[in-house]
Design a protein around this ligand. Structure first.
Ligand SMILES: Nc1nc2c(c(=O)[nH]1)N[C@H]1C(S)=C(S)[C@@H](COP(=O)(O)OP(=O)(O)OC[C@H]3O[C@@H](n4cnc5c(=O)[nH]c(N)nc54)[C@H](O)[C@@H]3O)O[C@H]1N2
Ligand SMILES: Nc1nc2c(c(=O)[nH]1)N[C@H]1C(S)=C(S)[C@@H](COP(=O)(O)OP(=O)(O)OC[C@H]3O[C@@H](n4cnc5c(=O)[nH]c(N)nc54)[C@H](O)[C@@H]3O)O[C@H]1N2
Ligand SMILES: [Mo]
Length: 765
């Protein structure tokens, strides 16, 4: 391949260390941030806000390059207050980039939008809470409010938030998980009766094979690279399925190993690296199952199947009926390479499968995840050391949010327990997820939006639709640390409520408070901030939620302010109302916190049949939606499938910088990775500017412009570009079956040279 872009030969190593220190030096609080890094993920420090990977809390510093970016981002000397907002109207702010908005610094005082001047103006905290309470009490129905949560909120904050929402009378809890691992939760609950991973960090030491599907840990879970490196060096076989050749999954150098740090030496991570077509994993995994059933039947764990599972025969029939031609065509992989992966799976004593957004953001994600589980059940690879299922969560406490009840479809057992403490008759009908919340706001059925963190405007799909939906809210309340796009979605009334970050000291009436989080391995542990808060006017998230609740509901049923004064009391309440939290306050004093029991890991199956359930789904007829062939006929050009993904220098909608070092990209983000042969066929040269138009059948135009073509090792017919820039292309109705997750990893588009008229690109079929 002849691209002028050069990828590094390995990931990690010195470049990683260099980048860490660059971030720390840039943050304007150098000394503070060096101190911070020494406290990240230590027993008495704060939980890294970077990602949900777990740590063993022993030994040296547990931070990574991208964790350092996250910490330095929060702990900056720059601030935005009343002066800034007096100078900049909302209309003017709206012309700035996402990068610029967040780089203005930390929010320092509560603000209210004034539609007459188009400026945010200072407001007192008391006034702010009164505005929210008045508006909520004026609603015709409690279901006219949407309570969004982003996965950084602590267990305590999210518990209080859902309790407030539920006592107010709604289950409308859209959250970032709806755009993220929702399919994992849905699929795992159906298959094994619990929506969480079944392994713990120690299992990575015991595994004889690790499969990594659709995940880029070198960038998004760098601490996972330590576990993979260690496993690889111990002789564990690592098999990667990724649409792109991600360099960290090929070769990784530990910044902690002197030899690998300073020399070209590195550890080979993947023993086998397969590059399926977008959405082709289910076919590939079906192929593995087919090979094992037909060629290595002796490796099937019949005793496990007999004792623990249901519907195996149906699955067997379905696998037999799946043809190799379809498996190869849909996965884009050859039978031999699938066979090799299957042999590693079948012949290894203990196997872990990890996955992330490359699996969960497709139309058939739930079925794909259930197919991963099928393979594990067939070979008895669950509930024993070194074996099991590992959806690798994103946000540092997204898993804890769900445990605490941030869930638009709460199960009956959860509500029953809550009702024993609060005998009020909680609503039992499901509330809104992100998709339904945006539709309800857009349609005027929901009137108030409250966001506990995050940046819904930039994170959600179909940018124009999302903007309009948020602008139609009559009151938009954003609890945030930094200015972002979501604050600019205003019409009548809006509030910005500045909160403390995780690195900051949280001092309440009874003293310094700690919060807790749950990592991807269901480990719950405490986190204590230590930095001086950026402003005396910033409140903790818990304080904000408690006062919002107090203003709206009064203190008759819950003494919100007492819980705010002492988070220990809040944890007592959690212990009383949520299963698995016995002795909560004491157990978080243990150095590593405690593990929440996982029934599937204990071979107990909370499913309809009381057994682990095989799922016999057909492969999808096509990965491309039906309307695309029509579009191809109309336009005479091939439709390409786009995945939207993260660069190395971003945290979701927060852009730290313009480089994507491991993919060889410097100083820009408006690039589209394309197979050279596809480019040739389309008459495109490398670095040529192109536009992308989405293929949808709802009559709306969705176009993004001015992306430079980069030749890249990517399967024919697939392209990749960064999120959130490509969000305008993801149609609101394009969601996963059973998960409602935007299909951010399979967006059918037409690519044309930029000079072409945008009008002529608007494709509707
Ligand atoms: N530094 C940093 N850390 C983060 C985040 C961040 O933005 N920055 N975000 C956090 C969050 S919320 C999350 S959810 C996680 C996200 O972590 P990831 O899931 O790793 O994030 P993505 O960048 O979306 O990467 C998707 C990967 O899947 C591959 N892929 C895409 N489609 C397919 C497919 O159909 N099949 C296969 N086999 N592979 C495919 C892509 O090539 C890419 O390597 O990271 C968390 N950690
Ligand atoms: N096209 C496309 N779209 C995607 C994805 C994709 O891969 N492709 N990924 C999806 C995924 S996996 C996710 S999780 C979502 C992410 O969706 P969100 O979680 O909504 O977005 P973030 O970018 O993580 O939120 C960043 C904002 O959080 C606020 N913040 C940061 N720290 C704190 C804190 O401690 N407290 C409070 N209150 N606020 C804080 C800051 O103001 C910051 O601007 O995006 C989804 N959207
Ligand atoms: Mo995520």
């Amino acid at each position: 391949m002849s691209s002028h872009i050069e990828k590094p030969a390995k990931a990690g190593g010195f470049s990683s260390l260099q980048s860490t220190f660059k971030q720390v030096l840039r943050s304007q609080k150098t000394r503070q941030n060096i101190k911070n890094l020494l406290r990240v993920n230590q027993t008495d420090g704060f939980d890294c806000p970077g990602c949900a990977w777990g740590d063993n809390k022993q030994g040296a510093f547990q931070f990574c390059e991208n964790g350092a970016k996250a910490v330095a981002w929060e702990s900056t000397g720059k601030t935005v207050g009343a002066d800034f907002f007096a100078e900049h109207s909302v209309r003017r702010l709206a012309t700035q980039s996402d990068y610029w908005l967040e780089y203005q610094g930390r929010l320092t005082e509560p603000l209210r939008y004034n539609p007459a001047t188009d400026h945010y103006e200072p407001v007192s905290w008391d006034q702010a809470f009164a505005i929210i309470a008045d508006k909520l009490k004026s609603l015709a129905s409690p279901d006219e409010v949407e309570f969004y949560t982003s996965g950084r909120a602590s267990n305590e904050a999210s518990y209080l938030y859902q309790l407030f929402g539920r006592l107010f009378g709604t289950n409308n809890f859209p959250d970032c998980s709806n755009m993220c691992h929702e399919a994992s939760g849905v699929g795992l609950i159906q298959s094994v009766g619990v929506g969480k991973g079944t392994v713990v960090l120690d299992d990575f030491d015991a595994a004889k094979a690790i499969f990594v599907f659709g995940q880029n840990p070198g960038t998004n879970h760098p601490r996972m690279m330590n576990a993979l490196r260690k496993a690889a060096r111990q002789g564990c076989q690592i098999v990667t399925f990724n649409n792109l050749k991600e360099v960290a999954l090929e070769r990784f150098a530990s910044p902690q190993s002197p030899a690998e740090l300073l020399t070209p030496a590195a550890t080979t991570i993947s023993h086998q690296y397969l590059t399926p077509k977008l959405g082709g994993d289910m076919a590939a995994i079906r192929g593995m199952a087919k090979y094992i059933l037909e060629e290595e039947g002796g490796r099937i764990d019949l005793a496990f199947i007999e004792q623990h599972t249901a519907h195996f025969e149906r699955y067997l029939e379905q696998v037999k009926a799946t043809e190799w031609t379809q498996i190869e065509a849909q996965s884009g992989l050859g039978r031999e390479e699938i066979t090799r992966a299957a042999q590693i799976f079948a012949r290894s004593e203990s196997v872990i499968s990890c996955w992330a957004m490359g699996i969960t953001q497709h139309k058939h994600s739930v079925d794909t995840i259930r197919e991963i589980v099928n393979l594990h059940l067939m070979c008895g690879q669950i509930g024993k050391p070194g074996a099991g299922l590992c959806p690798v969560r994103g946000h540092s406490n997204v898993q804890g949010n769900r445990t605490m009840g941030i869930n638009e479809k709460p199960n009956a057992a959860f509500l029953d327990r809550l009702e024993r403490r609060f005998p009020v008759g909680f609503k039992r009908t499901p509330g809104h997820n992100v998709y339904e919340a945006l539709k309800a706001l857009h349609g005027g059925r929901s009137k108030v939006l409250v966001c506990l963190g995050g940046n819904l405007a930039a994170a959600a799909p179909d940018t124009e639709f999302t903007y309009e939906a948020m602008r139609r809210s009559e009151l938009n309340v954003q609890i945030s640390t930094k200015l972002n796009r979501s604050h600019l979605m205003v019409s009548k009334d809006a509030l910005i409520l500045p909160c403390l970050g995780r690195t900051e000291l949280d001092l309440q009436r009874t003293g310094v408070q700690k919060i807790t989080v749950e990592d991807t391995f269901s480990m719950v542990h405490a986190s204590t901030g230590m930095n001086e808060p950026v402003s005396p006017l910033c409140l903790s998230e818990i304080d904000i939620v408690a006062r919002m609740a107090e203003a709206t509901l009064g203190s008759e049923r819950v003494d919100w302010l007492a819980l705010r004064d002492d988070y220990g009391l809040l944890r007592d309440l959690i212990e009383e109302t949520i299963a698995g939290f016995g002795d909560f306050n004491r157990r978080i004093e243990e150095p590593c916190g405690f593990h929440l029991e996982n029934s599937a890991a204990l071979l107990r199956w909370n499913t309809a049949s009381g057994r682990a359930e095989f799922r016999a789904s057909r492969l999808p007829a096509s990965i491309l939606p039906e309307c695309t062939s029509h579009a191809e006929q109309m336009v005479g050009e091939p439709v390409l499938l786009l995945q939207s993904l993260r660069s190395h220098d971003q945290y979701n909608t927060t852009i730290y910088g313009m480089d994507d070092r491991y993919r060889g990209i410097k100083g820009r983000r408006n690039v589209v990775f394309m197979n050279e042969e596809d480019a040739r066929m389309l008459g495109l040269a490398e670095e040529q500017r192109v536009n992308m138009a989405a293929i949808c059948n709802d009559g709306r135009e969705r176009v993004v412009q001015g992306f430079s073509v980069i030749f890249y090792e990517i399967p024919r017919g697939n392209i990749a570009a960064y999120y959130p820039e490509t969000n305008p292309l993801v149609a609101i109705e394009s969601i996963g079956e059973g998960s409602f997750t935007p299909t951010s990893k399979s967006v059918p588009v037409l690519v044309t040279p930029s000079k072409a008229q945008v009008e002529s690109l608007a494709v509707t079929v």
